[in-house]
Design a protein around this ligand. Structure first.
Ligand code: NAD
Length: 358
């Protein structure tokens, strides 16, 4: 199948296929849109079982980054890169340097950051070959781990959801079920405890579950039980696709808001949640805090601006909830519509710029 006829091809501006066997580099870089600015998105390293899976992932994820940047109102477009391989066994310095060179060749249209299978140390190596790198450690000139800001943004989404569902955003005594207590989930747990919430947590990686249980004074349940916990809020902070036609009927929560990407297995799941009267805050809005941090790093804006901008995710969520009600849409559809309008406006403004010759 050609890229142009791929069901997830959405007028992506550029899709580059990387094949450098001498460095073990096989991957794809997708630039979905630069209408609002250079396309920022993480580099995911994953042992995809087929090139088709890698292509599908990069096309979908890069479009998601365009929407996320538009809704966070940062001057960035959306892109993503995938490297086919196991990060534990296939990731070498040579591979990362080769990847950095390929990113540099795009001339700043794509800016890389960390994602599943890559980390801030890898960003430092990529940075030896390309200037187009973000989400770096402070020692490397970056603004540090974006996860705490991702968690702060998710808290804003939870509060917006509580206010909408309950008429009050108070979390004191409210039970929140967190699926996945890794980097973001644990940070979110800390913030929720500060608000007086009670936590029920799960994690497939036992040491993470144990450490979080102790620190957060949380109750742990088996990963399969988390859906049916009697809670006000269900916060997916693990992997994508956990909200599906099997799990949605089991939910007892009134609000779903968390950091995981691509939470809905498919668009019908948004309708299934709405039908059950569950308030869903779209993932790419709830988890946009990390992007705000990376965008500030890229543009070298005052780091003191990051936190207020992340707190503004609350008003973005309120706008989405209001438009969903007014227009009879699911919240996921309302968020997509706002993002699409913002990208279209930027594209039109760019097309209206006078052409310069020579
Ligand atoms: P992480 O790897 O640190 O944590 C994920 C945790 O989920 C791990 O502890 C893992 O063991 C656990 N897990 C995996 N599958 C599970 C399952 N089925 N049930 C329960 N637990 C499971 O990752 P993270 O940085 O905390 O990110 C969490 C999610 O948020 C990911 O989907 C990520 O793409 C998304 N996200 C993260 C950021 C960020 O700033 N780190 C930004 C935007 C989105």
């Amino acid at each position: 199948m050609s890229v142009f006829s791929h069901p997830d091809f959405d007028d992506h501006e550029e899709v580059s296929f990387l094949r450098e066997p001498e460095f073990g580099l096989f991957g794809i870089i997708a630039v979905h849109s630069t209408a609002r600015g250079p396309a920022l998105g993480g580099c995911r390293m994953f042992p995809y079982t087929s090139e088709a899976d890698a292509l599908k992932d990069v096309l979908r994820l890069s479009r998601g980054m365009t929407y996320k940047a538009a809704l966070m109102d940062v001057p960035l477009g959306g892109g993503k890169s995938v490297v086919i391989g196991d990060p534990h066994t296939d990731k070498t310095r040579e591979l990362l340097l080769a990847m950095g060179e390929r990113i540099e060749r795009l001339g700043g249209r794509y800016i890389v950051g960390e994602d599943i299978g890559t980390n801030p140390y890898d960003m430092a190596i990529l940075g030896q070959r390309t200037r187009a790198v973000s989400c770096r450690r402070p020692e490397d000139g970056g603004y540090g781990d974006p996860a705490p800001m991702t968690a702060l943004g998710a808290l804003q989404a939870i509060k917006a959801g509580m206010a909408h569902a309950r008429g009050s955003d108070a979390l004191k005594g409210a039970i929140v079920a967190i699926q996945g207590v890794g980097n973001v989930g644990r940070n979110l747990g800390r913030l929720l405890r500060q608000e007086g919430a009670e936590l029920v947590i799960c994690d497939t990686h036992r040491p993470n579950a144990d450490a979080a249980r102790e620190e957060l004074q949380a109750r742990t349940v088996d990963p399969e039980e988390i859906y049916s916990v009697e809670a006000e809020v269900f916060a997916p902070c693990a992997v994508g696709g956990t909200l599906n036609m099997d799990t949605i009927p089991r939910l007892r929560a009134r609000v779903v808001a968390g950091a995981a990407n691509n939470q809905l297995a498919d668009p019908d799941c948004g309708r299934a949640l709405a039908k059950r009267g569950i308030v869903y805050l779209p993932d790419y809005v709830a988890n946009g805090g990390g992007l705000i941090s990376c965008a500030a790093e890229w543009y070298r804006t005052d780091p003191a601006r990051i936190e207020p901008d992340v707190r503004a995710i609350r008003s973005t969520c309120e706008q989405i909830l209001a438009e969903a009600v007014e227009q009879g849409l699911t919240t996921a559809e309302a968020a997509d519509r706002i993002a699409q309008n913002r990208v279209a406006e930027a594209r039109t403004a760019r097309e209206l710029l006078p052409a310069t010759l020579g």
